[in-house]
Design a protein around this ligand. Structure first.
Ligand code: ADP
Length: 228
């Protein structure tokens, strides 16, 4: 359901961040994307949700042909994809419930439906009692749970997580990992870029290692030691 064929990305400054990448990811896969800093992980991930356009090559996501996708059609792709970041990217002036509702309003217009879904996803991430808090009243782990709730609110096929535990302590990272695995077990594809080799090695999944713009390793059950 995700397919890249001969994908390259060259930035305006002539840096080649990815070169001739070929990969297939099936619905329901859990995939780590690892590699040293500057390897091309973020570029790989941003191509998937069309934050960036490939310079050459084919990217298919479900029935979306990304090189052919017009800018005005990007919102349809984004409905299929939830994204979570290292720094959470919550809107500080909105409550937890409002942050999630805001992400839904583009798609769902019935306020009652939105309210029910917000309650449901907050239960799924274990934060039903924090709906009316503001982000700065929550711990880092709680903020990441809100970000995950927001990312899954529209029932995406794919959840992309770019260093989701980068700002979290080991115990909290474990909890976030368990949550991502629960979401994956219900059929959502999870693609997670990470430096956290402890998590990668204790929760073994498919592993794509990127180095110097190439996928140098694609293992069904890979382990990893990062550069330190
Ligand atoms: P990673 O996420 O693995 O650290 P990136 O995908 O961010 O790697 O970067 C891959 C390469 O592309 C690096 O050499 C980086 O300096 C370069 N790069 C990333 N973003 C840009 C950009 N916006 N403009 C120019 N070069 C970039």
């Amino acid at each position: 359901m995700i397919r890249m064929v001969d994908v390259s990305k060259v930035y305006d400054n002539n840096v080649t961040a990815l070169e001739n990448v070929n990969v297939e990811i099936n619905q329901g896969d859990f995939v780590y994307v690892v590699g040293p800093s500057g390897a091309g992980k973020s570029t790989f991930i941003k191509l998937l949700y069309r934050e960036l356009k490939a310079t050459t090559g084919l990217i298919m996501i479900d029935d979306f042909d990304l090189p052919q996708l017009k800018d005005r059609e990007v919102p349809y792709l984004r409905r299929r994809i939830g994204v979570v970041f290292q720094d959470f990217k919550l809107l500080s002036r909105l409550t937890v419930a409002e942050n999630i509702a805001y992400a839904m309003e583009v798609i769902e217009t019935d306020p009652e439906e939105i309210k029910q879904r917000v309650t449901q996803v907050l239960q799924e991430v274990g934060l039903a009692d924090k709906a009316d808090r503001f982000p700065n009243e929550l711990s880092g782990g709680e903020q990441q749970r809100v970000a995950i709730a927001r990312a899954i609110a529209n029932n995406p096929h794919i959840l992309i997580a770019d260093e989701p535990t980068g700002n979290l302590d080991p115990n909290t990272s474990e909890e976030i990992m368990a949550l991502l695995e629960t979401i994956n077990s219900k059929g959502t594809t999870v693609i997670m870029a990470t430096h956290n080799d402890q998590l990668v090695n204790s929760h073994v999944h498919r592993l794509l290692e990127i180095n110097n713009g190439d996928i140098v390793r694609d293992e069904k059950e890979g382990t990893y030691a990062n550069e330190g």
